[in-house]
Design a protein around this ligand. Structure first.
Ligand code: ADP
Length: 720
């Protein structure tokens, strides 16, 4: 008897066995439906075995008409599960996010004009016929909507023979990119890097690169060369480009379109179900040639993945912090290895981990050290806030204020960077001193004047701003403390009453349309001063922007996070790099209370490599990543006493591991979220220890009350 072992996208320990019914065409990787408990479930055939033991087994009910999951992908699922200490079914869940893609596209009825005229013409009919002339064949509801009539008018016209009804698929294939189109004439340095990438892609096989180039040096143009080569040298080759979610803007997609004559297949969190199943299906069938996506695009079922690009590889958003915790950049390298593909990690400020890999020769480094043409990097000056304090109640130093005035007078644009949404990051009661928190969470509420609400940025909870202190009842006693973008914008409006000032944050730019509108107005010179959070840091090109002001450079340095300095450096150099992109020279002013901090000094002197060397020495000395391994175990419970109890249980259950040190349990820095009390263990080891295996052993030996939750985090980036 042939038995299929089916992995289901659920947190189950292993695949389950099913009989393959006579005549059903099943192979390893087939997507099937089979009964599990009371329901029919979708799963993947993980293995096929011969078994004559006459066990009582259920049968597979249905096989989907989709190409089976390729072996490299199945191995990737297994690898990810093991490395990140998750169940393979949980990883499979991420690979099956668009079940609709397993079946062929649904069809819809589309109406095409036949050229006949109806015997009886009405104004409504006339409108529909004219609209269809304009917009072409479409569904009855779309045509009716466009003509402003009801769908029955379209159907009526079809009965009279004026329309022909045709069944066509709803989800169309993506247009094919054309690799023969050319980009701009590359500079000598760009051409050399491009040629090396083309050569590696042509040769085939796993090959990791670090494309290390300053902001605006043309990294995108250079990796387009590699994409063109992959598409041209293999007619079925597929390319995956991972971008930080925030960078998946229309502007980036348009660059792909103008270079290859067709936009890429998109994959990110704001796609509709229909767009999602369309991309998934086209990838699985090998028809989508270029996919641009956020981190979860890594789990798409490519058939012939030849090239992976991780743009802005240092970006924190590649680390997934909820559900299965994984780092998409690191997993992308593994995926490329299993697929025998080339991979390019691109950044102006690569992560220390990546730099160390390049220095040890594991990755080949390609450098771009200049901007093409006349464009040059902005001058970055530190503003020592101790020597240049702002006026009381203000946040802009006299130096920065004067530069804003001068820039406006010169008819140029400014960008102020303040990485805090809202008006004030903290609300306190002047009467009782209480700091307002969201209910059941130890996280402070932020005042938003734009919406007049108090918002918890951790959980999303919000309430209208009360006129009394919820604790002591004092009237009009609540006061916002510290600056957010809204307060900085207020100060700019006072300083420059005639200037057009706008805020750019996830609150003012909800959705692609709003974001595009702000970016377009800024690029078109309709905004004089843009005040933004980190949303402004990515990829935008504003030709008339000559001044960047960083309002509070120190805000990311607190919290004892091992990467705080590195991240601050990355973010601020990216922000500063927005100035002077085109022919105009730019300037960046960075307000700081710690100008002697190595990250600040590196910004001012442009000595990135010197800074990385210091970071590297410190981490090597302390055995921190990438010179040692690190993991976290995160526990939570609905009350404080259970939290204490499970902390002790987990501590006792920690297995012995050579070289492994376990710290904790300690309350998490935000010790309560949504009513759950949180604890953390931190685990360190030398590089040669398999910390994933250690964590798996720990978790498997852990018996906790059912209300407790536990998860492992390999290579933690967030310590909250
Ligand atoms: P990066 O990805 O390194 O920030 P981009 O590839 O986005 O750099 O390039 C920055 C800008 O310079 C883009 O508008 C790009 O089209 C332009 N550019 C890059 N290289 C050239 C070149 N050789 N000739 C003309 N324009 C170029």
């Amino acid at each position: 008897m042939r038995i299929a072992r089916i992995l289901f996208p659920m947190p189950l320990p292993e695949p389950f066995d099913y009989v393959i019914p006579e005549g059903m065409e099943i192979e390893t990787g087939s997507y099937v439906r089979a009964p599990l408990g009371k329901h029919e479930r979708t799963g993947v055939v993980w293995d096929i075995i011969e078994d004559n033991s006459e066990r009582e087994l259920k049968s597979i009910s249905e096989v989907f008409p989709a190409p089976p999951m390729p072996e490299a992908m199945r191995r990737f699922v297994t690898f990810c599960a093991r490395y990140n200490v998750a169940g393979p079914g949980q990883i499979l869940g991420m690979a099956l996010r668009a079940r609709g893609g397993l079946s062929p596209s649904p069809v819809q009825t589309v109406y095409t004009l036949t050229g006949d005229q109806p015997q009886r013409m009405t104004p409504a009919r006339e409108k529909v016929l004219a609209t269809t002339q304009d917009i072409g064949p479409d569904t009855a509801s779309n045509l009716a909507h466009a003509a402003g009539v009801s769908a029955s008018v379209v159907k009526g016209l079809a009965e009279t023979g004026c329309f022909e009804a045709k069944q066509v698929p709803t989800d169309l294939p993506y247009p094919s990119p054309d690799p023969q189109r050319t980009g701009p004439d590359l500079t000598a340095e760009q051409a050399a890097a491009g040629a090396r990438l083309r050569q590696a892609v042509q040769a085939g096989g796993f090959k990791p690169f670090l494309l290390d180039g300053i902001t605006g040096s043309g990294k995108t143009e250079v990796y387009f060369e590699a994409i063109a080569e992959a598409l041209a040298s293999d007619p079925s080759a597929q390319v995956l480009v991972l971008l930080p979610e925030i960078a998946l803007t229309q502007a980036v997609l348009e660059r792909f379109e103008s270079r290859f004559g067709a936009g890429p297949a998109p994959w990110h969190s704001s796609l509709s179900d229909i767009q999602r199943r369309r991309t998934w299906r086209e990838v699985a069938h090998g028809r989508a040639r270029i996919v641009t996506g956020a981190r979860s695009a890594l789990f798409l079922p490519f058939r012939n993945l030849k090239l992976v690009i991780v743009d802005e590889e240092h970006d924190g958003s590649f680390k997934q912090e909820d559900g299965v915790r994984y780092h998409a950049r690191d997993m992308a390298v593994m995926r490329a290895k299993l697929e025998e593909a080339a991979i390019i990690l691109a950044s102006a400020t690569p992560a220390l981990e990546t730099v160390v890999n390049a220095e040890s020769g594991r990755y080949e480094r390609l450098k771009l050290s200049a901007r093409p043409g006349a464009a040059r990097l902005p001058d970055i000056d530190l503003v020592d806030m101790r020597a240049n304090p702002p006026e009381k109640g203000n946040w802009l130093s006299p130096v920065l204020s004067k530069s804003l005035v001068d820039t406006l007078a010169a008819g140029e644009q400014s960008l102020l960077f303040m990485n805090r949404r809202g008006y004030a990051p903290l609300v306190i009661c002047k009467a009782c001193g209480e700091r307002l928190k969201s209910p059941g969470s130890e996280s402070w509420l932020t005042e938003h004047r734009y919406t007049n609400r108090l918002v918890c940025h951790l959980t999303g909870w919000s309430m209208p701003k009360p006129d009394k202190c919820p604790l002591c009842g004092a009237k009009d006693s609540l006061m916002g403390v510290g600056p957010g973008v809204e307060r900085v914008a207020e100060e700019v409006r006072q300083l420059l009453p005639e200037a057009r000032v706008e805020i750019f944050s996830s609150d003012t730019a909800q959705g692609g349309e709003a974001t595009r509108s702000i970016v377009e107005r800024m690029a078109g010179g309709e905004i004089d001063v843009l005040v933004g959070t980190q949303i402004v840091a990515k990829g935008h090109n504003f030709p008339n922007l000559t001044l960047v002001g960083v309002v509070d450079a120190d805000s990311g340095m607190t919290g004892g996070d091992l990467r705080a300095g590195e991240r601050t450096y990355q973010l601020l150099s990216q922000v500063a790099g927005r100035a002077g992109r085109a022919e105009r020279p730019g300037r960046a002013l960075v307000q700081t209370y710690q100008p002697e901090n190595p990250a600040m000094m590196a910004l001012a002197t442009g000595d990135r490599d010197g800074f990385l060397q210091i970071e590297r020495d410190v981490r090597a000395e302390l055995g921190l990543p990438p010179f040692g391994r690190m993991a976290a175990l995160i526990l939570s419970a609905p009350d404080a006493s259970m939290a204490k109890e499970i902390g002790q249980l987990a501590g006792k259950a920690a297995p012995h591991g050579d070289g492994v040190t376990v710290y904790g349990p300690a309350p998490a820095p935000i010790s309560m979220v949504r009513g759950r009390h949180r604890l953390r263990f931190l685990i360190t080891s030398p590089r040669d220890v398999d910390l994933s295996a250690y964590m798996a052993k720990w978790l498997s030996g852990l018996k906790l009350p059912s209300a407790a939750r536990v998860s492992a985090d390999i290579d933690p980036y967030s310590f909250l």
